[in-house]
Design a binder for this molecule. Structure first.
Ligand code: COA
Length: 183
C-alpha cells in the first residue's frame, strides 16, 4: 500500500502528519504520568533521539498511520494512530492520546476517533478497528462507546498499575457498523 498522507477534517479537529517540530511537546506529554497511566507503552524515560527514531520508523512503516491532532485554531493537542495494520485480515489497533489535561472532556477525542474510523473504513478499506483499554480508563471507554465500539472481551488482570492488576477491555468496531453510524 502506497502511503499518501493527507489532512483529515473532523468537526472539531484536524488530523495531519506528525512533524519533527512536534516531538519536543509530544515528549513532554509522554513524560506526564497523568497521561501515561492510560497508555500501553512505557515512555517516561524516553528522549528526543528515540522520538526522532520512532517518527522515522512510523513514516517508513506500511502498518502504522499516525496523525497529529490539531484544534481548529491550529493548536497541536495530541496524537492518534492506526497501528499494527494487518492488510490480509484488514484490521488494526487504534491508539489515541490528548496530551494536555485542559483539553480533555471537550469532545476532541471523540471527534478524532470518529475521523479516524471514517479514514480507516472509507480510505484504507479496513474491515475492523480494534483497541485495548484499561478498566480504570472510564473516560476513554465512554468516548469509544460513543463512537460505536463494542466490548468484545477481557484480558483478565492484563495490566499492572499502582500496586495491583487491572483488567484490559478488548473493544472493536466493524466497517459495516462504522458505515451505519456515518451514512
Ligand atoms: C481518552 C481521550 C482520548 C478521550 O478524549 P476526550 O477529548 O478527553 O474525550 P471526549 O470529551 O471526546 O469524551 C469523553 C467522554 O467521557 C465522559 N467522561 C469523562 N470522565 C468520565 C468518567 N470518569 N466516567 C465516565 N465517563 C466520563 C465525558 O462526559 C464524555 O462523554 P459524553 O460525550 O457522553 O459526555 C483523552 O481523554 C485522553 O487522551 N486521555 C489520556 C490518554 C488515554 O486515555 N488514551 C486512550 C488509551 S486507550
Amino acid at each position: 500500500m502506497v502511503r499518501s498522507f493527507r489532512v483529515l477534517k473532523g468537526k472539531k479537529v484536524k488530523l495531519r502528519d506528525v512533524h519533527k517540530d512536534d516531538l519536543p511537546i509530544c515528549l513532554k506529554w509522554l513524560r506526564d504520568k497523568r497521561v501515561t497511566k492510560y497508555l500501553d507503552f512505557d515512555t517516561l524515560n524516553i528522549n528526543l533521539k528515540q522520538e526522532i527514531r520512532w517518527l522515522k520508523n512510523i513514516h517508513n512503516s506500511p502498518n502504522d498511520y499516525v496523525f497529529a491532532i490539531e484544534k481548529k485554531d491550529g493548536k497541536y493537542i495530541g496524537n492518534t494512530g492506526l497501528h499494527k495494520i494487518n492488510w490480509r485480515d484488514k484490521n488494526c489497533m487504534l491508539g489515541i492520546f490528548i496530551g494536555e489535561l485542559e483539553h480533555w472532556d471537550k469532545g476532541y477525542g471523540t471527534d478524532s476517533i470518529r475521523t479516524m474510523l471514517r479514514y480507516a473504513v472509507d480510505k484504507l478499506k479496513l474491515h475492523k478497528i480494534n483497541l485495548h483499554v484499561y478498566e480504570y480508563n472510564l473516560r476513554a471507554i465512554r468516548a469509544y462507546e460513543n463512537c460505536g465500539f463494542k466490548r468484545e472481551g477481557l484480558l483478565k488482570e492484563g495490566h499492572y498499575y499502582n500496586g495491583r492488576y487491572w483488567d484490559v477491555i478488548v473493544m472493536g468496531i466493524l466497517d459495516r457498523d462504522v458505515k451505519m453510524i456515518f451514512d
